[in-house]
Ligand binder design. Sequence first.
Ligand code: PEP
Length: 248
Amino acid sequence: MRKPIIAGNWKMHMTIESGKAFVKEVAASLGDTEVEVVLCVPFTLIQPLSTAAEGTPVKIAAQNMHYEDFGAFTGEVSADMLKEVGATYVVIGHSERRQYFNETDETVNLKLKKAHASGLKPIVCCGETLEEREAGTTESVVKRQVEAAFEGISPELAAETVVAYEPVWAIGTGRTATAAQAQEVIAYIRSLVEAKYGDEVSEEMRIQYGGSVKPDNVEEIMNEVDIDGALVGGASLKPDSFLSLVNF
Ligand code: PEP
């Protein structure tokens, strides 16, 4: 049984104060949840929110990291630095990073290796653009992204990696992939993992869907057999909305 994982991606939103209040409110309502609850927050919120989340089921993630340990990389933050301030997870290769910050399949792979080496749990994103979907190349795009991301990653570490399938056309657009569309691509990703690593790893790996997930569509999405969670932007910014997602 794969443990469901619901992750809120706050992008460049929230403050230390509003973030701490959010964690307090959500943690107070979670009880003994069976769901893994993650908040992917801006760098400056990682330390205060990790402290606020201590003793609760809420885990804090970074939204990006550099693949080197240290050096002349102005503006960047390393995996060990994120660990030091309390991050448990890190998002790698979000489509906004690929689109606006030159993230490539190669840097995604380097970051995935470094995250594992540092003991951060990676959430690796993949997904096609609207043009790619309309051109019928969804599978080949996702195949390229997934194969490149996992190049040189051992089966043990692959099994501990979370993959987020996020069609770019569904992110922040209000246009959700249907549950069936999401299931189809996620089953395909699982088949790629099986081809590379075998049954056991593909059965163990958690794969999320992301793209305009909201309280009113989360249940349908989570009911799909291969979908183990959601990576959620807009609907993760309010505690009551985020709680409805966690309580799908
Ligand atoms: C995201 O940030 O990864 C995302 C899926 O955003 P939204 O839920 O707003 O589409």
